[in-house]
Design a binder for this molecule. Structure first.
Ligand code: NAD
Length: 170
């Protein structure tokens, strides 16, 4: 029985995350998703609350076919203690998946091996690109699962991103 941990900010959840999760579910029996920077919201780079990100991921993975645990993880101000913080908040896990260099570094230093999935269409599939496209009115819907566009409608996410990027004229 392998329980895998995958941590991300998911601002928003997109097809790159989906690609990684499809790989993880081939290799693991249960999946824990850690929603990083859970305390952040209503910022240009972090527009969505942890709860909204839970909703996105729950909808996107409703047919995942394995036990799924979605755990919001607040950041802490001491990187050296972060892995212990993550462990204290999640079910026990056997394997970690990440391509984030800091996440890999901190887990390695704490004695955990990390699997790094290949990046999938990283030029298009990143939260930064999707937020930028939404803000500038470009097409973005094909970069996320259809369930995410529905959640974005439900939470009025598009106008939130535009408002957060608006200059107040000062
Ligand atoms: P993210 O949502 O940008 O990415 C999540 C994962 O998906 C990453 O491994 C990323 O490489 C991968 N990914 C993204 N696009 C992909 C694509 N197109 N193809 C394949 N894989 C893709 O989230 P992130 O920035 O990696 O999240 C790390 C979280 O950990 C952050 O919230 C960060 O604050 C937190 N953290 C906190 C501390 C602390 O509190 N001290 C320390 C380290 C990390």
């Amino acid at each position: 029985m392998v329980r895998a941990l995958y941590i991300g900010r998911f601002q928003p959840y997109h097809n790159g995350h989906k690609y990684v999760i499809e790989q993880i579910t081939q290799e693991a029996d249960e999946l824990i998703i850690g929603i990083g920077s859970a305390q952040m919201s209503h910022e240009p780079d972090d527009p969505f609350t942890a709860g909204e990100r839970v909703l996105m991921i729950t909808r996107a993975l409703k047919d995942i076919g394995c036990p799924l645990y979605i755990i919001p993880l607040e950041d802490i101000n001491r990187n050296a203690l972060w892995v212990a913080h993550v462990i204290s908040m999640t079910p026990p896990f056997d394997r970690i998946y990440s391509a984030n260099p800091l996440v890999i570094r901190l887990f390695h230093e704490a004695g955990h091996s990390v699997t790094t999935p290949a990046l999938y269409e990283r030029g298009r599939l990143s939260g930064t690109t999707i937020r930028r496209r939404i803000n500038s009115g470009e097409q973005w819907e094909d970069l996320v699962p259809p369930s995410i566009t529905a959640v974005m409608d439900e939470i009025d996410g598009i106008s939130r991103i535009k408002d957060l990027n608006r200059d107040d004229g000062e």
